[in-house]
Design a protein. Structure first.
Length: 438
């Protein structure tokens, strides 16, 4: 884990180190020394702060403030530091929502403007949240704050109006230091845009720019360097019955650089006014079997549970993971999964997004077709991936150890190290079999 920076108050100019390879950051042992940030100088601020931000630990009061038409709310609970939740008023001009509830990975009172500092941070040294961890695996969260409550809606959808903002714009776009926000309705996160979880990586000056407000020069009177425009989360719900809602936000990979979510007063309502904002992503986790010298990947929650608890003996997480698309995502293709016991006692799984390769293996006596398990995009003729995706590489062990095995990775350093061990790249260009979401 990355070392935490502990500070009793807001840290104003500490800087996360910048890295090129996203997932390799998870292995860093400590943060680099703080350095000054090279963002543009902010002009003198003359506008007033957000009308008022006040801390509150009264979960029932906070949840009740969010109730809008068509819902009743109760049984509320607040998890997190006592300074990480509260209310805000008179913020329409600066946030896009006038009044409501604010949750932050730091002190909520530090979110008020003007924007005078580059890296406002409070590390509470508080735990993360397992549901949020599942969205960013293999990274982990810290300083989680969660407001959860029961909602009984009149229809089969629930809508939530919110704005996400962070001090991470714009220097951490594309990095693992992307604080995570989620709105879980009966365990399903609906805080997505274009099928991607809302974060600095999915809404910024280059991706979904129409939803992004750059505040590094202090045009908005809030300390946050970037915000989304008002968003709506719409989730499937059970009408006339209790549905559990969890609004959660946390730091990712370390406890610094604050982020916040603003939820509109009266902003939870039923029915929702637009289509469901379901995620288009699934997380693939990589495992390694030392005795077999084999790698295995899966996105199946059941398999992940059994691999982690030892039901499937001998497998351990490598700490590597990547995103894939859910089945049926437009512009993507199905990935076929095959299984073979022809090399017992070793076994092997094989994944391919290539329709001809899938059809050929279905007629093989050595491989058993299991299912289409998730989706990928395909590179173009120049082996370039579509926007907001990256190459997925496949390498073959060339039968080393007496049984075939393949490794799938988005990381060039892993790709290069496996080639040095004699593994053979497969796919278009040099080893690219598909394109997976960032």
């Amino acid at each position: 884990m990355t070392a935490r920076l502990l500070s009793p108050g807001p840290m104003r100019h500490a800087k996360r180190p910048l890295f090129v390879a996203a997932l390799c950051l998870f292995a860093a042992a400590a943060l680099a020394s703080p350095t000054a940030r090279g963002d543009p100088a902010k002009p003198p601020q003359v506008q007033p702060r957000i009308g008022s931000i006040d801390t509150s630990t009264d979960a029932a009061r906070l949840a009740a403030l969010l109730a809008g038409p068509g819902v009743t709310i109760g049984n509320a609970r607040l998890i997190g530091d006592v300074l990480a939740a509260g209310t805000f008023v008179n913020a329409q001009a600066d946030v896009g929502i006038a009044n409501g509830v604010i949750l932050s990975t730091g002190r909520v009172t530090d979110i008020a403007g003007p924007n005078q500092f580059d890296a406002t941070s409070t590390d509470f040294a508080m735990p993360g949240d397992a549901d949020l961890d599942s969205l960013i695996a293999p990274l982990l969260t810290q300083d989680a704050v969660i407001l959860e409550f029961d909602v009984t809606p009149t229809s089969d959808t629930i809508a939530v109006s919110y704005v996400f903002g962070t001090e991470e714009h714009a220097e951490f776009v594309g990095s693992p230091f992307a604080d995570v926000v989620a709105i879980f309705v009966n365990g399903v996160n609906c805080a997505n845009v274009g099928g991607l979880p809302v974060s600095v990586n999915s809404i910024n000056a280059g991706i979904n720019a129409n939803l992004f407000v750059d505040n590094r020069l202090g045009a908005r009177s809030t300390e946050l360097d970037g915000l989304t425009r008002p968003l709506e989360c719409v989730a499937a719900a059970n009408p006339g019955m209790v549905n559990r809602v969890r609004i959660a936000i946390a730091d990712t990979a370390n406890g610094v650089y604050d982020s916040a979510v603003f939820v509109a007063a009266g902003g939870i309502r039923s029915p929702g006014g637009s289509s469901l904002t379901t995620s288009a992503l699934r997380k693939v986790i990589e495992y390694y079997h030392h005795d077999f010298d084999h790698y295995f990947i899966t996105s199946s929650p059941d398999e992940i549970t059994k691999l982690d608890n030892g039901t499937f003996v001998g497998w351990e997480r490598t700490g590597r993971a990547f995103n894939v698309f859910v089945s049926g995502t437009p512009g993507t293709v199905d990935v076929c999964r095959f299984f073979s016991t022809a090399f017992a006692p070793k076994s092997s799984h094989f994944y391919t997004p290539s329709a001809p390769e899938c059809a050929g293996l279905k007629s093989s006596d050595s491989w058993q077709f299991e299912d289409t398990v998730f989706n990928m995009a395909l590179p173009d003729a120049a082996v370039a991936c579509p926007p907001a995706t990256r190459p997925l590489y496949r390498l073959y062990n060339d039968g080393q150890g007496g049984a075939p095995n393949h490794r799938y990775t988005t990381e060039l350093d892993i790709f290069d190290s496996m080639r040095e061990l004699g593994w053979i790249p497969e796919g278009s260009g040099i080893g690219v079999i598909g394109c997976v979401p960032l």
